[in-house]
Write a protein that binds this ligand. Structure first.
Ligand SMILES: *Cc1c(COP(=O)(O)O)cnc(C)c1O
Length: 392
């Protein structure tokens, strides 16, 4: 039995994007009142949110605490990097897409010394190469890893990366933005200093804030590191511990919606249940799209349950803008690709969507191709040559 989803109301499209995404009706409805940020009711909501997110970590999570931060996910990533990498620190960024590149760019803005392991658009950084770089560079203090690189949909091998980092005695900072809540990251298995995620991804809340889950010791040690007044995680944490309040105006309605989203997450069976629904979504979608002739960028073993990249068909009758409009006309908002070499598009399979919705997406894609006069969804040969590099 699959968990019943709450579909969007009639006339609203499904968002096949990795956040903002299609949220449950009850999540949206939870925002229909106002809260005073200073009031004890809202302070209790904040405490509840922090406790539930920390508990979601699973084994080893007792050593951690949760610090929510206003803004989109990128604000929380910047807060994490600026608060945990000290000014004299040196970070190794593991990049294979836009979000790894953004982490490196953020460190440049912050004036933090860093180097990049750039794997291109979709090859995963492996534990062995991380171990080698760390052995050669004893002055590297932190490693920054992206769990699910949302720009391709690859699920990076976090366990082997975390093991290499721990073995070398360095500290791991994780961008788990698009995976947290659907892919397990128990600190007992994946030792880390801090990880970051946001309200509008796998927990299925509305946009408005991110959150960092960090070892309490790391939070204590972070005092004075931050370059920024508003993005200082230590200051936000210390203030919340002392007063129960956010330092500056909190996104009250987004927090209320998030608590309902957390309730639904729990009712679905937590990380396991949510991860299972997303994995089934992916499997149904990928099988259906392949039956239409589409090809995925990634080999199955690297494919996350979050979002899938498909190559655009080589057929000259295909155009992404026309495909986008044809899908929108059928009630689905899709997502353009982010690869630098070949044309692609992405379909997210997170949010209030299930296998039945995925079958409707495949039907819509088939109709869209027919409408455009596309006879083959096969990608250009160059795309397949690219993919052949991903055979390890
Ligand atoms: C969504 C996302 C972010 C944050 O993006 P925002 O647009 O700032 O919310 C960061 N990293 C990854 C991997 C993401 O998927």
């Amino acid at each position: 039995m699959t968990h019943p989803i709450q579909p969007p109301r009639l006339g609203e499209p499904y968002l096949l994007t990795p956040g903002p995404l299609t949220t449950a009706y009850t999540t949206k409805a939870a925002m229909l009142r106002d809260w005073g940020s200073w009031d004890s009711d809202f302070r209790a909501m904040t405490a509840d949110l922090r406790a539930r997110l920390t508990a979601m970590l699973g084994a080893g999570g007792e050593a951690c605490d949760c610090v929510p931060m206003q803004g989109s996910g990128t604000f929380a990533v910047e807060a994490m990097l600026g608060s945990f990498v000290p000014r004299e620190g040196h970070a190794l960024v593991l990049a294979n897409g836009a979000y790894g590149q953004r982490a490196a760019e953020t460190l440049s803005y912050l004036g933090r010394r860093h180097r990049l392991l750039d794997k291109g658009d979709y090859l995963p950084p492996r534990g062995a190469e991380v171990a080698e770089i760390l052995a050669e560079n004893p002055d590297i203090t932190h490693v920054v890893a992206i769990h699910c690189e949302t720009s391709s949909g690859i699920l990076n091998p976090l366990a082997e990366i975390a093991e290499a980092v721990a073995r070398a005695g360095r500290k791991l900072l994780i961008d788990a933005m698009s995976s947290f809540g659907a892919v397990p990251v128990a600190p007992a298995e994946i030792p880390f200093e801090a990880l970051v995620s946001s309200a509008n991804k796998c927990i299925e809340g509305v946009p408005g804030f991110g959150f960092v889950l960090a070892r309490k010791e790391a939070l204590e040690e972070a005092a004075g590191n931050s370059h920024s007044l508003s993005l200082d995680l230590h200051a936000q944490w210390a203030h919340m511990e002392a007063t129960g309040q956010w330092r500056f105006t909190p996104p009250t309605h987004a927090v209320a919606a998030f608590l309902e989203a957390l309730r639904l997450h729990e009712a679905e069976g937590g990380v396991t249940g949510r991860g299972a629904r997303y994995a089934e979504n992916r499997d149904v979608l990928v099988a259906g799209m392949r039956a239409l002739g589409f090809e995925t960028l990634l080999a199955d073993r690297w494919q996350s349950p979050i979002i899938t990249t498909f190559f655009c068909p080589a057929d000259p009758a295909f155009s992404f803008p026309a495909f986008y409009e044809a899908m929108k006309a059928r009630g689905f908002i899709i997502y353009p690709g982010k690869l630098t070499v070949v044309e692609s598009f992405r379909l997210g399979h997170i949010g209030q969507v299930d296998a039945e919705v995925m079958r409707a997406v495949v039907r819509a894609a088939g109709e869209a191709l027919a409408e455009m006069g596309v006879t083959s969804a096969a990608p250009p040969a160059a795309a397949l040559e690219h993919r052949a590099r991903l055979t390890d």
